[in-house]
Design a binder for this molecule. Structure first.
Ligand SMILES: NC(=O)c1ccc[n+]([C@@H]2O[C@H](COP(=O)([O-])OP(=O)(O)OC[C@H]3O[C@@H](n4cnc5c(N)ncnc54)[C@H](OP(=O)(O)O)[C@@H]3O)[C@@H](O)[C@H]2O)c1
Length: 300
């Protein structure tokens, strides 16, 4: 099957490309140099040449502070860009797989969000991604929209320059003491697991909106504690004090998603987030559970 991946050198796009590749598909990897999603002509030219059966769009402006500073560009990429890709996919009779976000919710619910829960974004990024979903739905071609959360992967996140796991390990090495917020709850998800889910979905006759995160939930502090514990990293991990890292842009304090539709369709391939972390550490750090030395101290 011919697959075009937009944002193929990004954190998620690289894993999705590899996952399709490993299943024997013919993968065309498109980087920002080859396609500009905010420009319909650019999208049409790039995709018409390839004539893919499936297009995976991971391209986004998703640096939350940058979106707030430049809403016009955020909407051009995240909303108009999504529409452009949907229009060309419909024209080519290709299935569009599009990546959205947990930030479409405001976090007030305090229990996992299902696909039928009402979105209420708190910031420009969330609004522009929700608008992208609506654009795709209004074009009404064959599409799959996946809302993901808290991604970390082998390939660097191009917008942020790091992933949380590597940032924590770096801070522990350099500073010895690490402060992490404990009042934002989400589900950290390894990009390779999202990629595996997309490959499975692309082979099923299932379309629409899907929540697609690992199972379970934790705060950033709890995630950091698991990273240090699993890697045996010597560190003094502390909960951040209220106001220690003031938020420049409002974010949902609770953005846990329930993969209701994937489960209903019998297609959910996600594991608990702790297992995803173990597999990531094995892949990136040659982590072996039996050899871990616990030399850390944690604030209780
Ligand atoms: N990272 C997270 O924790 C997280 C959480 C929830 C949802 N998401 C969603 O997951 C998706 C992938 O995120 P990621 O972490 O893989 O991001 P990433 O590493 O920053 O990758 C994004 C890719 O899209 C490309 N791109 C950006 N703007 C583009 C444009 N206008 N036209 C064409 N290509 C463009 C980037 O290229 P350049 O870098 O060269 O511009 C890059 O290759 C995004 O849709 C994001 O909204 C991410």
């Amino acid at each position: 099957m011919k697959i075009a991946v937009i944002g193929a050198n990004g954190q998620l796009g690289a894993d999705i490309s590899d996952a399709f590749d490993q299943r024997g598909d013919d993968v065309v990897r498109l980087t920002h140099e080859q396609i500009e999603v905010a420009n319909l002509d650019s999208v049409a030219t790039a995709l018409r040449e390839i004539r893919p059966r499936v297009v995976v769009n991971t391209a986004a402006m998703h640096h939350v502070e940058q979106c707030e500073a430049d809403p016009e560009r955020a909407f051009a990429v995240n909303a108009t860009g999504a529409r452009n890709v949907a229009i060309v996919c419909q024209d080519l009779q290709a299935t569009l797989v599009h990546i959205s976000t947990d930030y479409v919710f405001d976090g007030r619910k305090q229990s996992p969000y299902g696909e039928t829960d009402q979105p209420a974004p708190l910031n420009v990024y969330g609004h522009s991604k929700l608008a992208g979903e609506a654009e795709i739905q209004s074009v009404a071609g064959r599409h799959i929209i996946l809302r993901v959360s808290g991604l970390y992967g082998t390939h660097r996140c191009r917008a942020k320059g790091h992933n949380f796991v590597e940032l924590m390990l770096k801070l522990a090495r350099e500073r010895g003491v690490v402060h992490v917020v404990d009042d934002e709850v989400l589900t950290p998800t390894w990009t390779a697991e999202v990629a595996r889910q997309i490959v499975a979905l692309s082979r099923a006759d299932a379309y629409g909106l899907f929540h697609a995160t690992a199972e379970g939930a934790c705060s950033w502090y709890e995630f950091a504690r698991e990273v240090f514990s699993r890697t045996g990293t010597p560190v003094d991990l502390q909960r951040a004090q209220p106001g220690q890292f003031p938020m420049k842009v409002p974010r949902p304090q609770y953005s846990v998603l329930e993969n209701e539709q994937l489960k209903r369709a019998g297609l959910n391939t996600f594991r608990p987030w702790q297992e995803g972390l173990i597999h990531y550490l094995k892949a990136c750090h040659r982590y072996e559970p039996t050899t871990v030395q616990h030399r850390y101290s944690f604030a209780q």
